[in-house]
Design a protein around this ligand. Sequence first.
Ligand code: ATP
Length: 493
Amino acid sequence: MYYAEIGFGISTGFLLFLFWQGFDVVPMLFVITLIIAAVYLNHAKLAKNSFAKKEAKSSASTLIGFDDIGGQEVAKQELREALEFIKDATRITHLGIRPLKGVLLNGPPGTGKTLLAKAAAQFTDSVFFSVSGSEFVEMYVGVGAKRVRQLFEQAKKLAKSQHKESAVLFIDELDVVGGKRGQTTSNIEYDQTLNELLVQMDGLSFDDSVRILVIGATNRIDMLDPALLRPGRFDRQVKVDLPDKKGRLHILALHTKNKPLAKNVSLDSIAANTFGFSGSHLESLTNEAAIMALREEQTLITADHFQCAIDKIIMGEKLDRVPNQMEKHRIAVHEVGHALLSELTRPGSVATINIASRSNALGYVRQTPLDDTYLYTTKVLTDKIAVALAGAVAEEIQLGNRSTGAASDFKHATELAKQIIHSGISTLGIVSPEDLSKELLHVTLTSIIKETEKYVHNILVDQQDLLEKISTLLLDKECINGDELRDIINITP
Ligand code: ATP
């Protein structure tokens, strides 16, 4: 809150009022100035102390090795290579190689950047210091720059006290402190903090009694000031991406090592079902599954617990809010529409249909990705549009009208149609997205959606009995898994 600013406004107004009434305001002005100075100094001191405490805590955190990090083979390899420079200082100086001062880890949240930095500290037998970019910056000018200096000093002190020759200084959210200077969102305090960081990095040398390696992490590399990325500072960049299937399997294996799993749990199938999950999602998944087993007072974690945990992570926590019976029926018809079309166009593609209200949806169908896919053909994208539209079409066929429940499906369908157009695989051929007129985009997009809608209608109108039968069962059970669905519609994937 802006208490200081509000207080300042009120006191100025009050003083002006007194002055206007003929009072002598000079003594009051003097007292107020003293109070403001005391508050400022006290705040700066508090901020300094809390920062120092935080550093001490983070330096004590336990280190881990590269083997404790799942997947990320390329990132680990690149980082290890860069660290060899630090380990083999004599050879490096002999060959006249410029010492490495900074490594930048760039990737989405929860992919293991902090873990990699900790592993780097262990690999190089260094002390580990961690701080987040947002902790540097206070509203008081000069505090951030001072903290940067303190950080480098304390890292050296700690290394000396532990008889180590090097320290890894990990700065998470580097974009907060290292954003481009002189931007409208930036201010003098941010600029001074970044300048100090550059000065400190430039001052690092191989001859120092404690060598410091700065590891920065960000998921907004485009926001960073170019000065940080120029050679001699963060000149090694390591991409830390979302894990592929093999990586997910490795991460799941690491996080289930200490958990009792039932025989029916296949980590391989969980890895296949979690495309797009980060390492922290996977850690949370194994934890949620264990909590579910505990709630049911079971001693082993089963495949069902993992399925429910995946649903929870994708769709959010179950809600107490229960829709009325008519709405529930509509939701069931809608979801069965999605599932039937998915199964009829790609047998084996449905993992679960669920109509338990969750924070992110009233009901949902989770599909099994066949494999990690990074490229899509027009057919695959049109099939995805068909599945997205099938909920509303099923409502229309079974209940005679549509509802607002399909709004997010339509949004998804139009995004997919746009992807077809912008990728140059629509009837328009190759287009320049910036030069494409809004009208032509609209006409082409509508024609893709309308054609697919007709296709979906033709399929589902012949399946009215199945739609009714499965939605009645779903209303009763709340959740049907893919195998049960395939049994009913007699499909073998
Ligand atoms: P952020 O960008 O949000 O700071 P991050 O990339 O630094 O995230 P971490 O803090 O390293 O992510 O990971 C968070 C947690 O997720 C870890 O403590 C760990 O439990 C789990 N995790 C993430 N990636 C991996 C991985 N590759 N192997 C094992 N566990 C992982």
